[in-house]
Ligand binder design. Sequence first.
Ligand SMILES: Nc1ncnc2c1ncn2[C@@H]1O[C@H](COP(=O)(O)OP(=O)(O)OP(=O)(O)O)[C@@H](O)[C@H]1O
Ligand SMILES: [Mg+2]
Length: 209
Amino acid sequence: VSARTIVVTGTDTGIGKTVVAAAMTHALGASYWKPIQAGLDDETDSDVVARLAGLPPERVLAEAYRLNTPCSPHRAAALDGIAIDPGTLRVPDHAGSLVIEGAGGALVPVTRDLLFADLFAAWGLPVVIVARTGLGTINHSLLTIEALRSRRVPILGIAFVGDAAPDSEATIGAIGQVARLGRLPRLDPLTPETLHAAFAAGFAQGLAP
Ligand SMILES: Nc1ncnc2c1ncn2[C@@H]1O[C@H](COP(=O)(O)OP(=O)(O)OP(=O)(O)O)[C@@H](O)[C@H]1O
Ligand SMILES: [Mg+2]
């Protein structure tokens, strides 16, 4: 299998991007990169992925920006008194496959002039949308799909998190014309073992194409 670089975005913050990214990173034998981490008080997303995917340190690429406040990067940077330079947000050199996680959702500002979706478009990399299965997901998922399509961001597919909602999942696929990659249930406990088993069961086709 050839090396792949995949971007993970979501319909919202706290939707399960990091957990899906950890499962994908493990399944692909990939490295992980969180270009902008906003909020350093708790375990960072890189820490969580390293733990859940069982990554050695060399497969966790350093963040380009580590910002103190858990809020939109444009604001978190301002609060830290720094300016994010989009020119520094190039995909780092790496061996093998890479999973990249954005912050929040697709239209979160990186700076006041650049949204994450614009950055994804500049990279030209395929994006996985993480969406919840609960009420409201059709609207949020279709909005996210439109925002990415209008910028010509290639959409690899949509990954659901939560209890099965077959009608919502199928409706998003049909109206949004996106591939449904699979679904992770809410896991309790959430451990590397339960995550890898749930990903293998819920994403039976892997991340094709
Ligand atoms: N499938 C799951 N089973 C159990 N808990 C989950 C699952 N997915 C996510 N969670 C929990 O929900 C919370 C939010 O998930 P996660 O950190 O992956 O969201 P996110 O979209 O990456 O958020 P952010 O926008 O902050 O990066 C975390 O506490 C995580 O452990
Ligand atoms: Mg995250």
